[in-house]
Design a binder for this molecule. Structure first.
Ligand code: SAH
Length: 464
């Protein structure tokens, strides 16, 4: 199976920089379903063509398979080695990962530059025919040329196959083009060759960022990409609608840049989910949310009866006012009102009101503290308040390069005083554990990158 990408941008060999693959070299990569190779049949100043070739090993695929399929023979005799399918997307992300993410150290200017590009997909199985094919690529600005293949040249009466050769032309950045192919190639195919879970939902939303929400066929794309799993499909549509419409107006202007950056992943939801899970499994009943901000976690805590007493604390009166309004604290029925309180306070000062809780949550707060004052916070929480469980999250600085909209070296939020790598966070946390008698375990939050780790890191501290 062959995918070729050509450009007539001058000098055309710039394509090699963008793909991070030297035009003079033939390179091979081992993937879980076989091998893939990258090579350039032509590379001169006027025109450069890169090929991504997949060598899918059907036997290896069958061995790796755990799920029961219709017939045993289909494991070995199938079209997978010959067509562009989700395997092609996997190869794009694993072999051309930097180009897909829009990273190019040598020529960053090129990443942003729309180039005249031509793509040839040798064989694409298309459920839905040519009209569907065009309805997917044309709204994205592609000129589409297709050639439909008959089932068998020797038996024309058997009619057409579902297989097309497809040529796409567009002037577009290479990153955009690769993201389009990554999402769209599996959409034409009707076969499911991998488990579709939340992971796939996140991939769809990150790779579809900036174009899928406004695509006229976004529903068909999401439904097919997620292989007709209704619950994932509904979530995808909700998030796409969110992306397209204006984001919910945040009263606190300061919070906006961070939210906007993280919104496509809805990292915020995943973080809240992870924190809630840790608090639940600790069996905590009395919880204090330190640096509660506008009360997102408090709202979740209120929904779960396990949490009998909930205290939100923040240094910002304005945030507390917003939290109070959003949670409708003044209008809660009395049984709810008794469970929750908000208080003004600072993590810099020892405070008796923080004593006696089962658990404390400190969600995306420490990076707002000045490093020289961190030790004051450590004593306030780990030495004086010392709840049984502390659930603490902070950004993973390594992951920042995954956000296309975040300039290199910048923090995710203008008020962040620092952002830590995984090593920095883990050594800080284990140091605290040793000094104040807590065991700590680390939990990744959000879609994890093989090299860069997850976007958010979470430490769950348990008092020994
Ligand atoms: N936990 C919330 C808010 C995170 S933003 C959420 O996840 O949405 C960081 C919050 O920490 C802000 O609301 C800020 O006012 C608060 N904060 C910063 N320094 C603080 C301090 N010294 N004491 C208490 N809260 C503080």
């Amino acid at each position: 199976m062959l995918l070729t990408i050509s450009t007539t941008h001058q000098p055309a060999t710039d394509l090699g920089f963008l793909l991070h693959k030297h035009p003079d070299r033939f390179q091979s990569f081992e993937l879980s379903f076989g091998a893939s190779h990258v090579f350039y049949p032509e590379a001169n100043e006027q025109r450069c063509t890169a090929c991504l070739m997949l060598d899918v090993d059907p036997v290896e695929m069958a061995r790796g398979r755990r799920r029961q399929q219709n017939s045993a023979l289909a494991h070995y005799v199938n079209d997978r080695p010959y067509v562009a399918s989700s395997f092609m997307s996997t190869a794009i992300s694993q072999v051309l990962g930097s180009a897909l993410a829009g990273r190019c150290k040598d020529r960053p200017d090129l990443v942003e530059t729309p180039l005249p590009l031509e793509v040839m997909i040798e064989v694409l199985p298309v459920k839905g025919g040519e009209n569907f094919l065009r309805s997917i690529f044309e709204p994205l600005g592609y000129e589409v040329e297709t050639q439909l293949h008959v089932l068998d040249e020797n038996f024309k009466e058997w009619g057409d196959s579902p297989y097309f050769s497809v040529k796409l032309s567009n002037t577009v950045t290479l990153t955009k083009l690769l993201n389009h192919l990554y999402v769209l190639i599996p959409v034409f195919d009707n076969q499911k060759h991998y488990f579709v879970g939340r992971d796939e939902l996140n991939k769809l939303l990150t790779k579809g960022e900036g174009w899928l929400a406004s695509h006229p066929e976004k529903e068909a794309i999401a439904r097919r990409y997620l292989k007709f799993q209704p619950s994932l499909f509904r979530q995808a549509l909700a998030r796409l609608a969110e992306e397209e419409g204006a984001a919910e107006q945040s009263d606190d202007a300061q919070q906006q840049p961070e939210d906007a950056l993280e919104q496509p992943l809805s990292l915020n939801d995943q973080r809240l989910g992870a924190v809630m899970a840790a608090l639940r499994s600790a069996g905590a009943k009395r919880i204090v949310d330190l640096g509660c901000g506008e009360g997102k976690l408090l709202r979740e805590l209120l929904k779960d009866k396990q949490f009998a007493e909930i205290l939100g604390m923040d240094v910002s009166i304005r945030s507390l006012e917003i939290a109070s309004r959003r949670l409708k604290i003044d209008d809660l029925p009395s049984f709810q009102a008794e469970r929750i309180k908000l208080m003004h306070g600072s993590l810099m000062y020892r405070d008796k009101r923080l004593f006696g809780f089962d658990a404390a949550a400190v969600v995306e707060v420490i990076e707002h503290l000045d490093p020289p004052r961190l030790s004051a916070f450590e004593r306030v929480l780990f030495q004086h308040a010392k709840p049984q469980t502390i659930v603490l999250t902070t950004p993973n600085a390594e992951y920042n390069e995954m956000w296309e909209t975040l300039p290199a070296g910048k923090f995710r939020h203008s008020d962040h005083r620092f952002e830590w790598t995984r090593d920095e966070f883990q050594s800080w946390s284990t140091g605290i554990g040793d000094r104040f008698g807590y065991l700590v375990r680390f939990v990744p939050v959000g879609p994890e990158d093989d090299k860069l780790g997850p976007p958010t890191q979470m430490g769950v501290f348990t008092r020994e």
